[in-house]
Design a protein around this ligand. Structure first.
Ligand SMILES: Nc1ncnc2c1ncn2[C@@H]1O[C@H](COP(=O)(O)OP(=O)(O)OP(=O)(O)O)[C@@H](O)[C@H]1O
Ligand SMILES: [Mg+2]
Length: 268
């Protein structure tokens, strides 16, 4: 998207003076940033800067471990069927972590299918949400597999174990599993780092298609990938958000010397 264009997309999420602590260690430091609806935002930065930590706050994954603490606000703007928008603080103690995990899906670095059939991997979340009818399940599984650009490769082997798929197919299956529950956001944590270039480009094409339907956050160490797939880029360093802007701006004319050093590979 050209730098000068005004983005009219509404905000889907927003972090405001947001921090995260593993016990006494502060891994995310007072970060503020907007995330626009149906935009792809890349989170980049050197190893250990807090990218995964920030991503996992969005679906309250840190609540699974004691001693972790959130501070500040992480707002999800939810649209009701009547069109009204209701802000919800994702990390507020009264917000259900289970609800957040249902509404915000995550795709991890390594494909992690369940030891179940291809069909059951995608149907799993739907069953949890009470979808019981075989015909509805079949329809929604097919839609999700099509959405993840995997349907043609698996439609004749849905009852087979997911472990029989290639790594790239397994990752697309995990994306189908994430999409099946019609999430409001999808979080990708280095989704292609375990894949070959062909499987990687398939996932990138897929992310490009998904942006029409869902808000996406993607952590990546691959600068070309960030530049190719994202509308916005957030550069983090030592837990802080150093720069946040349109991807074109960040890569062509970064505002901070640190960002310029990182994206040009002259770091440290
Ligand atoms: N469970 C944990 N307990 C304590 N500290 C942690 C924990 N997980 C991560 N950290 C620390 O928090 C900081 C941020 O880690 P995080 O995994 O978010 O980095 P990252 O930017 O995703 O790095 P990478 O690019 O290597 O994946 C690091 O200093 C890390 O050592
Ligand atoms: Mg990480």
């Amino acid at each position: 998207m050209p730098d000068t264009q005004i983005d009219t997309r509404p905000l889907k999420a927003e972090v405001k003076n947001f921090s995260f602590f593993y016990g006494s260690f502060q891994a995310v430091k007072n970060v503020s940033a907007p995330f626009r609806e149906k935009a792809v935002t890349a989170i980049i930065g050197p190893s250990g800067c807090g990218k995964t930590t920030l991503l996992r706050c969005f679906n309250r994954m840190h609540d699974l471990y004691p001693g972790n603490r959130y501070a500040g606000e992480m707002i999800l703007h939810s649209r009701s069927p009547d069109g009204s928008v209701r802000p919800l603080n994702i990390v507020h103690p009264s917000t259900s972590p289970i609800e957040m995990r249902m509404r915000i899906s995550m795709v991890f670095q390594k494909p992690n299918p369940f030891p179940k059939s291809i069909f059951e991997n995608v149907a799993y979340g739907l069953r949890l949400r009470g979808v019981g009818s075989r015909s509805e399940l079949s329809g929604r599984v097919e839609t999700a597999l099509r959405g993840a650009a995997l349907w043609d490769e698996v439609k004749d082997r849905l009852p087979q174990n997911a472990y029989g798929l290639s790594g790239g197919q397994q990752q697309r299956l995990c994306i189908a599993r994430a999409l099946a529950v019609e999430p409001e956001m999808v979080l990708f944590d280095e989704p292609t780092s375990a894949l070959d270039p062909i499987a990687t480009s398939k996932i990138e094409e897929l992310i490009d298609d998904l942006r029409e339907r869902v808000t996406i956050l993607i952590v990546t160490h691959n600068m070309q990938q960030a530049a190719r797939v994202s509308d916005y880029t957030a550069f983090m360093y030592l837990g802080e958000l150093v720069e946040y802007d349109r991807t074109a701006k960040v890569f062509q004319n970064p505002g901070k010397p640190l960002t310029e050093q990182y994206i040009s590979g002259r770091f440290g």
